[in-house]
Ligand binder design. Structure first.
Ligand code: SF4
Length: 138
């Protein structure tokens, strides 16, 4: 399988994607990317246009219409995961690291709480945490 180029903050977006996006073609592309992640593809982390941006209406020639915001998200993800741009890894390892260092300690909103899709991610986080609570607590 080909290696996917992924922006660091898209480690968060892909995980919580649930069918809503900037356009129909964007959402369709995200569904396909999410499917691909089930096969644990090799990933190169890159703070530039990536696999997700390809079908996005916000993409511009040299990046993103909201470049300053998405670069801030990317930098913060790299900082919290303690990794560098350009790193080669695989989806499962990166997503596990993301869960350990960002999601499980509820740091996601400090990264991208001003994103227009924040409510979807918050709802999914709350659902994930509810599922972790044991049936009976002494
Ligand atoms: S909003 Fe910007 S960073 Fe996000 S997918 Fe679209 S082009 Fe890429």
């Amino acid at each position: 399988m080909r290696e996917l180029r992924i922006r660091p903050h898209h480690l968060l977006c892909i995980g919580y994607f649930e069918g809503k996006g900037y356009s129909d073609s964007f959402s369709h592309s995200m569904e396909q990317i999410k499917e691909l992640t089930l096969q644990n593809p090799k990933i190169t982390l890159s703070c530039g246009s990536d696999e997700v941006c390809r079908a996005c209406p916000n993409r511009v020639e040299n990046g993103c219409r909201t470049q300053e915001k998405v670069m801030r998200y990317d930098r913060e993800v790299l900082r919290l995961l303690e990794i560098e741009e350009g790193m080669h890894s695989d989806w499962n390892s990166l997503r596990k690291k993301t869960e350990e260092k960002i999601l499980n300690c509820r740091k996601r909103e400090q990264i991208c709480g001003d994103c227009e899709w924040n409510e979807i991610c918050r709802k999914n986080e709350d659902g994930a945490n509810e599922r972790k609570i044991p049936d009976s607590i002494e």
